[in-house]
Design a protein around this ligand. Sequence first.
Ligand SMILES: *Cc1c(COP(=O)(O)O)cnc(C)c1O
Length: 425
Amino acid sequence: MTAATGTGTWAERAAALDAADPLAPLRARFLPAPGVVAYLDGNSLGRPVASTATRLEEFVREAWGTRLIRGWTEDGPDGPWMGWPERVGDRIAATALGAGPGQTVLADSTTVVLYKLARAAVDAAAAADPARSVIVACAEDFPTDRYVVEGIAAERGGSVRWIETSLAGGVTPEQVRNTTGPDTALVLLSHISYRSGWLADAPAIVAAAHDAGAYVLLDLCHSAGSVELALDAWRVDLAAGCTYKFLNGGPGSPAFGFVRRDLQTVLRQPIQGWMGRHDPFTMGPGYLPAGGIRHVVSGTPPILAAVPLLAALDLLEDAGIAAVRAKSVALTGFALELVDAWLAPHGVDVLSPREGHHRGGHLTIRRPGFRAVVDALWARGVLPDYREPDAIRIGPAPLSSSFTEVHDGLAVLRDLLDGVGVQKR
Ligand SMILES: *Cc1c(COP(=O)(O)O)cnc(C)c1O
């Protein structure tokens, strides 16, 4: 296929898909990125909603600048800051998690929330039955998840049992059944694999863990704002995730933590801080956990860092997560077609599930030498990311990406592999 013929045909396909896309008008609500041909890394850092800039400025000038210390406790446009962890948590729960109110807080980073919730579960399991000392986790999971469970196992005298998966796959309910038992305290897994994009069967995994009497903690970093979740219906015990990927909260925006309502009196997270204490301003002796989900909070909530998320949640509420997921599957499905047509002849392998219902929000492709290719793509305004080993992740964000953008980005990659840019390096 000549480049011209291929581009023409596929470009028309992309334009038709854009014309039929019900979410297309929402793209105008994001800040433009001059010089960017294709932003394909929504799975790592979402783009800013345009109103974020004014919202941040207003917050500094008005909320912070004029309300000053009163902002913490007196009512304002988004309520007293003291209540933001639960208030914003409830919005995330309703918009993206399929969870009722009073079970989610905004706090810390994902790593810290994972630690707090995993420790709480491991301690509760051991208190109920000292024979439960094993954490089941995935050997291919995101590094922070692995380090956190290794740290907790060392700290509490337990161990980690690893589930192994293929590079292109992910954890199955059967693997969870085969690795859990009377010795298991906790199963900690990513709902969507950061590497392959494999979308795990969460309800079946939760059921398998519960059948073994273990708690389940799901890492939702790649799921929140990308796929439909039903934490309540699936009976998920605990969950954590970041807000800077598909939730567009901005670099280093706070994480969220979810604790199922009926576990909130059973589990106790280990970082006892004044902000999670009952009646914090009494400054009294001893720690007395605040009721409900609040005790997951340890210190002063990251208010300023949460402001961009408010604008992003407005947009996600307008779109609806079902429409977001439908477009996401279509975007990665289109990318897959282009990879098959343009890149497979260059020896590029697909390291993601081919069936849309098994795939999360990104598509991973692999070829030796891709690290240098990513540098060349970035230099040309095409921005996917690189992950070991030799893999490029293509993560178009449904709210901000177009099919044409996916087309244009992969066309640049195709041309590079045709030798145009690679020879220059
Ligand atoms: C992005 C990501 C994280 C990030 O953790 P931070 O503490 O926010 O840096 C954790 N787990 C998974 C699976 C991720 O994809």
